[in-house]
Design a protein around this ligand. Structure first.
Ligand code: FEO
Length: 399
């Protein structure tokens, strides 16, 4: 049976949530599930804004049929061609054979890659700033390349002042009944799952995200309808402020993230001692993670949040401990920059991790690596306490 909600008189939410999927994009844990959002505008002409992932297709088609209420489906706008939003595009065409696909030229190429139907005769190509009138509602199209794929565009409805923002402003987590951010406890509950979504999915493309924000700043927006997570109709500015920081790779908070890789506890001990000394020095905005326990996506998100990061790793196979190496490559791949970094290395016979971590971090832009570093030989010794004090002092000097 259908399960829809109205966003405005003419705009209906048709999406669904997957609470069974373990890994989004087969890599990111989603313990609270994920929603795949799609929207229908009902006017003289009807327009579907994106489709959904296969996992929620049954509910989506019931919702679509119910929301159309016997009307024809005239258009399907494809803002993003990634299969979590387009897997059901082929079936939309089978069920509604008269429907026109509204997309840009890059999307058309991708439709041909993913599907075998005759896309050329089916697609109506739109360019930057062009519009499509449905009756009372006029849709304007703005390109948003690399937020998160090259073909991405966003659609603005001038009648109800709705921005259909594609992956931008998305959030991990299933929706259940409450689909508006203000019904789900935002912004009071914080932006952790929005940041984890942004930093891991779109994080590499900060410049492109800022370009989109600039375009959007010229629009009068009452609703932001992303492809994942809740719809924003209140406190939109609070979310935009976060996006400005994330897109510019500016930390949200002055604080210290400590990520450690420890096999027999010596490196962890040093990390714990450093954290205690920092707290004693008044630096209490701290978060500590064992890279073997916490999935990198959470630590990447925390790295986007904090101003200072300490990486502590044992040497392993004459290199960086594997999980720490993965984390560092992940951070470099997501183009993190503008952070102050401290290093703790351990090595029982041939310490290498400090030098190698420094090389990876040094390849990232505007990362200030502190001179004070800690060099452990298996366990923390008195001389290491002096080094930890120096590292603590160097960090605390910034607070
Ligand atoms: Fe939710 Fe880039 O797809």
């Amino acid at each position: 049976m259908h399960c829809t909600r109205n966003i405005t008189n003419d705009i209906v939410y048709l999406g669904g949530s997957d609470r069974r999927l373990a890994l989004f994009e087969n890599v990111f844990p989603i313990p609270n599930g994920v929603s795949y959002n799609a929207y229908l505008i009902k006017d003289e002409k009807t327009a579907l804004l994106d489709t959904v992932d296969k996992s929620v297709s049954e509910l989506f088609f019931e919702n679509l049929e119910f929301a159309l209420d016997g009307k024809a489906l005239d258009y399907v706008v494809v803002n993003h061609m990634e299969p979590d939003h387009c897997a059901t595009l082929g079936e939309v065409i089978l069920r509604y054979p008269q429907v026109k696909i509204v997309c840009n030229a890059k999307t058309l190429t991708m439709i041909k890659q993913f599907f075998t139907f005759d896309a050329d005769e089916r697609c109506q190509i739109v360019k930057e700033g062009e519009s499509l009138t449905l009756g009372k509602h006029t849709l304007q199209f703005y390109m948003a390349p690399m937020v998160h794929w090259p073909e991405v565009m966003v659609t603005y409805d001038t009648a109800d002042k709705v921005l259909f923002s594609a992956d931008a402003f998305g959030t991990f987590g299933a929706l259940g009944g409450a689909i508006f951010a203000d019904e789900c406890g935002y912004p009071q509950k914080g932006f952790d799952e929005a940041r984890r979504y942004y930093s891991n999915i779109v994080g590499k493309y900060g410049m492109q995200t800022l370009s989109l924000l600039k375009k959007a700043s010229g629009l009068d927006i009452a609703y932001v309808c992303p492809l994942h997570g809740p719809i924003w109709r209140k406190d939109i500015g609070a979310f935009v402020e976060k996006y400005q920081l994330w897109g510019a790779y500016e930390p949200e908070e002055k604080g210290v993230l400590i990520a450690y890789a420890s096999v027999y506890g010596g490196t962890q001990n040093a990390a714990e001692i450093l954290a205690s000394k920092l707290a004693d020095a008044g630096v209490t905005n701290l978060a500590m993670y064992d890279v073997s326990v916490t999935d990198p996506s959470y630590i990447v998100s925390e790295a986007f949040r904090f101003s200072h990061i300490v990486f502590a790793s044992t040497t392993y196979n004459n290199g960086i401990f594997c999980n720490m190496e993965t984390l560092l490559h992940d951070l470099a791949a997501h183009a993190l920059k503008n952070r102050t970094v401290g290093i703790i290395q351990n090595g029982s016979w041939a310490p290498q991790s400090g030098k190698l971590m420094r090389e990876i971090i040094g390849s990232m832009q505007n990362m200030q690596i502190l001179d004070a570093c800690v060099n452990l030989r298996s366990t923390v010794k008195p001389e290491n306490l002096t080094e930890i004090d120096a590292l603590c002092e160097a960090i605390a000097a910034d607070f």
